[in-house]
Design a protein around this ligand. Structure first.
Ligand code: PGA
Length: 249
């Protein structure tokens, strides 16, 4: 039985004051939650997350990491820096990083390896655009994105990672993949991994992301291969995020 994980992706939202209120509310709600819970906050707020969450069950992490260990990379943040602030997870390959910041499959694979080198759990985001889905290319895109990481890091690296299936057309749009659509992709990812390493495939957490709300979380999380969620908009509202966490109970 895989323990479910619900991770919040705050994106570029928050302020010291808003975060403090949100994190205190999450901490207070944790007794009603059975799954693992994490928040991925903007880099400047990692110190705040570390100080407010250190005595709680809520894990914290980042939304991006450099593929480089150190050096002349103005504006970048390394995995060892994230580690110093107690990060547990880091998102890699979120569709906004891929589409807005030009992160290629190769860059995403390098970031995945850089994160693991410092003991961080990469949350590898995979997803197709609407045009790709409509053209019938969903699985080809997902498997291409997954293979880039496997080819670079080796399939065993997936044993200490999390995968998040996030169809681009469902992110921030209010349009969620149906539980059956999501389950189909999650199962295909697991089957692909089982072909390479059957022991590993059964233990891998595969999260769904894309307009998860308290209203649709129960049905999504009930699918056999959906092991929790990566939550954007609804992670900024404490009651909604806690309700989604409870849906994973
Ligand atoms: P959303 O975002 O829940 O607002 O659709 C999900 C994500 O981008 O991780």
């Amino acid at each position: 039985m895989r323990k479910k994980l619900v991770a919040g992706n705050w994106k570029m939202h928050g302020s010291l004051q808003q975060n403090a209120l949100l994190l205190e509310r999450l901490k207070a709600g944790m007794p009603g939650v059975q799954c693992a819970v994490a928040v991925c906050v903007p880099h400047p707020y990692l110190a705040q997350a570390q100080s407010l969450l250190a005595d709680s069950l809520v894990l914290w992490g980042a939304q991006s990491v450099s593929e480089h260990a150190s050096g002349a990379y103005t504006g970048e943040v390394s995995a060892s820096m994230l580690r110093e602030f107690g990060c547990h997870h880091v998102l890699v390959g979120h569709s906004e990083r891929r589409s807005l910041f030009g992160e290629t499959d190769a860059v995403v694979a390098a970031k995945f390896v850089a994160a693991q080198k410092e003991g961080l759990v990469p949350v590898l985001c995979l997803g197709e655009t609407l045009a790709e889905r409509e053209a019938g290319h969903t699985m080809a895109v997902i498997l291409r994105q997954l293979s880039a990481v496997i080819d670079h890091a080796g399939v065993v690296a997936l044993a200490s990672a999390v995968v998040a299936y996030e169809p681009v057309w469902a992110i921030g749009t209010g349009v969620t993949a149906s539980p059956a659509q999501a389950q189909e992709v999650h199962a295909a990812i697991r089957v692909r991994l089982a072909e390479l390493d059957s022991g590993l495939a059964g233990g891998l957490k595969i999260l769904y992301g894309g307009s998860v709300k308290p209203q649709n979380a129960v049905e999504l999380f009930a699918q056999a291969d959906i092991d929790g969620g990566l939550i954007g908009g609804a992670a900024l509202v404490a009651d909604d995020f806690l309700a989604i966490c409870q849906a994973a109970n």
